[in-house]
Design a protein around this ligand. Structure first.
Ligand SMILES: *Cc1c(COP(=O)(O)O)cnc(C)c1O
Length: 381
């Protein structure tokens, strides 16, 4: 079946109990056993039918064999990191998600697992930074908040030919499987914050891992149960419902973001725009090759510095001043003071005059009108 059909149906046949067309929310902690040890489900940390549906659905959308769902994107990421041992090394994008940077630096470093950061768009850089003990190469594309692009297929080839044979992990949160399918490009593991585009309505926190390897899946499934950072069934239901409209939403997010990026690029109060759909973006050609469209995230720098950036984000009426992204409603923020405050004094620190938009699915002319009135106070020189 094709993507849009999978989004509606994968993992979700009518319920075997009563034929419910929508996947029931199995709000139970335990399941009756026919005989001792004889049951499809026994305890809901180990498995729950609503969660199974979500896991199978996201796996199908990523073109992968196995899915595992978690209480948050960070819980999914944490579970992947538990595959490592003291002395192992992680090589990551140099503008990786702030929470991912924090878990590397402040949680896993204590256990002797160290991360270093490179520009993933430059393959020679990556090759030079790989170490004999590198176990994970951790990639985001597009990145947050600068929307840098890495070539997933080229990285997969590089990693495969390296003596250490690390696993290539792609955090596919920003693109969603509708725009980009890293496993099909050679990645080993995909992680998601399903809180964002998969859920799509800013009403749930959830995470997913997808992969093909059976042995690695068995290890991660063991960890999912042994560590226990599992999502509740209602959260799984919300993500499943969100996913049904993922293709429609991603088309609109991308079309709106493209229009807004072009409009911002021509605005006299804006000094730079970061959007992979703009032809002068350094990752444009790669993005064209590996993505179906360019997504809903746009960042830009205003003239006048940090103080002006703060004024602009506080003046929008339709764009809500908030962290997070990927919902149907448009959001605006200043990464340096908000989402990226945790990397303020690190190499990942961002320009304090940078503004990030999560472009929603509203009428794009209303969104542009709102940005125009908010930017009216910014200097044009
Ligand atoms: C939000 C986010 C995460 C963390 O996910 P949570 O659901 O907030 O735990 C990880 N990676 C990226 C790219 C994100 O945007």
């Amino acid at each position: 079946m094709r993507f849009d059909t999978l989004a509606v149906h994968a993992g979700q046949p009518p319920d075997p109990a009563y034929g419910a067309v929508m996947t029931p929310i199995y709000q139970t902690s335990t399941f009756a056993q026919k005989r001792v040890g004889e049951a499809e489900y026994d305890y809901a940390r180990t498995a729950n039918p609503t969660r199974t549906a979500l896991q199978q659905c996201v796996a199908a959308l990523e073109g992968g064999k196995h899915g595992l769902a978690f209480a948050s994107g960070m819980a999914a990421i944490d579970t992947v990191l538990r595959l490592l041992r003291p002395g192992d090394h992680i090589l990551a994008s140099n503008d990786v998600y702030g929470g991912t940077y924090r878990i590397f630096k402040r949680v896993y470093a204590i256990y002797g697992i160290h991360a270093s950061f490179v520009e993933m768009g430059d393959l020679d850089n990556v090759r030079a930074a790989l170490q004999p003990n590198t176990r994970l190469v951790w990639v985001e594309t597009p990145t947050n908040p600068l929307l840098k692009i890495a070539d997933i297929a080229a990285l997969a080839e590089l990693v495969r030919s390296h003596a250490a044979r690390p696993w290539l992990v792609v955090d596919n949160t920003f693109a969603s499987p509708y725009l980009q399918q890293p496993l099909l490009l050679g990645a080993d593991i995909v992680v998601h914050s399903a809180t964002k585009y998969l859920g799509g309505h800013s009403d749930v926190v959830n995470g997913v891992i997808v992969l093909n390897d059976d042995a690695l899946h068995a290890q991660l499934k063991f960890l999912q149960n042994a560590v226990g950072a599992v999502p509740g069934p209602f959260d799984c239901f919300l993500v499943l419902r969100g996913i049904k409209t993922l293709p429609l939403r991603m088309e609109r997010h991308s079309a709106n973001a493209q229009r807004i990026a072009e409009w911002l690029a021509a605005h006299p109060a804006v000094s730079r725009v970061f959007y992979p759909g703009l032809p002068d973006h350094p990752g444009h050609a790669t993005a064209r090759r590996q993505m179906r469209a360019f997504g809903g995230m746009v960042s830009f720098v205003v003239k006048g510095g940090a103080a002006v950036a703060r004024q602009v984000v506080e003046r929008t009426r339709l764009f809500t001043l908030a962290e997070s992204l990927g919902g149907v409603e448009s959001l605006i923020e200043v990464p340096a003071a908000m989402t990226h405050a945790s990397v303020a004094d690190s190499p990942l620190a961002v320009d304090p005059a940078l503004i990030r938009l999560s472009v929603g699915i509203e009428d794009v002319d209303d969104l542009i009108d709102d940005l125009a009135q908010a930017l009216a106070i910014a200097p044009t020189a």
